[in-house]
Design a binder for this molecule. Structure first.
Ligand code: HSE
Length: 311
């Protein structure tokens, strides 16, 4: 019997101006999965720890389960038997890429267990299937960075074209998750289907500016470019105290602050660990002032993506 345990990182999708096309991975939090081979063919979820019983136990409806199933179909190995134990180590519906981390952990783990028949980049479409069952849309801005590590641009979905971008050697991310839940499907439903030419021009300038700022690196350009005139103004209403928490981040030295993925978590970028910690405290205070509890996570950009853990 073979067994493998894998960690996959949480991610910040959109990164202000890059709806559905930008995302980066963080060191903390993340999900863990354990796969164990079995004599009985088929993929089974035998346990999920940390979800309060809310995630589907049926493999075809679970993000990790479906990612592994579609992978095994692709490599023509549906004869394999697999028992999955998923350790959820981040809140559900949080905007931290929870469904993506599970899907990535699953598909990375099975590929490692089988001796890497596919290169990492080829695992992406299977992890995206996990996103499809989780929220009805196979977006790659969470699974891309969780799988590849670092900051990822999805240049095109059809054909899939994903690019990993250099980031400054020191760049810290503060994540604050207020204890409310936002369903990604709902957060997508409220978006407008049409965007004005004026806002498209502003957004394109910021998209280009953020990439140039990250690659140069130029912190001031990063800061000026972390602006979203299309999605944030619509979704901010789903997060009580959004404006106060954002102001707290900026007042305490953040380069920029916006919604992480579809929310309700918010992220802020900064140049050093001390500032990142201070930002977290200030943002949490903004939420606690109105009685909303929250969790804060501070970490650097995760450059590695998923990794095998000792069994
Ligand atoms: N880009 C997606 C969205 C990420 O904002 O809806 C959701 O996790």
């Amino acid at each position: 019997m073979d067994s493998i345990r894998v960690f996959a990182p949480a991610t910040v999708a959109n990164v202000a101006c890059g709806f559905d096309i930008f995302g980066f991975a963080v060191d903390n939090p993340g999900d863990q999965i354990t796969l164990t081979t079995s004599d009985e063919p088929g993929v089974r979820i035998v346990d999920i720890i940390g979800d309060g019983g809310r995630l589907p136990r049926e493999a075809a409806r679970n993000t990790a389960g479906i990612a592994i199933q579609t992978y095994l179909q692709h490599i023509d190995r549906t004869d394999i038997g697999l028992d999955i134990v998923l350790h959820k180590q981040m809140p559900l519906g949080s905007g931290l890429g929870s469904s993506a981390a599970s899907a990535v952990a699953g598909v990375f783990a099975i590929n490692e267990l089988l001796g890497r028949p596919l290169p990492i980049l080829k695992l992406l479409p299977f992890a995206m299937e996990g996103e499809r069952v989780a929220c009805g849309s196979a977006h790659a801005d969470n699974v891309g960075p969780s799988l590849l590590g670092g900051f990822v641009v999805v240049r095109s979905y059809n054909p899939l074209d994903v690019i990993k971008i250099e980031t400054p050697a020191t760049l810290f991310c503060t994540l604050v998750h207020p204890d409310i839940e936002v369903n990604t499907k709902d957060a997508r439903f409220i978006l407008k289907n049409e965007v004005s030419l004026k806002n498209t021009i502003i957004q394109m300038g910021n998209v280009a500016g953020l990439i140039a700022g990250l690659m140069t690196p130029d912190y001031s350009l990063i800061s000026r470019s972390l602006v979203d005139v299309i999605i944030e103004p619509v979704r901010a209403i789903l997060i009580p105290e959004f404006n106060e928490a954002k102001k707290a981040a900026i007042d305490n030295g953040a380069l920029g602050c916006s919604i992480s993925g579809s929310g309700p978590s918010m992220f802020a970028l900064s140049r050093d660990a001390q500032t990142a910690e201070k930002i977290g405290v200030a943002m949490q205070q903004a939420f606690s002032a109105v009685g909303i509890t929250s969790e804060a996570y501070v970490s650097e950009i995760n450059r590695q993506g998923p990794r095998v853990l000792p069994n």
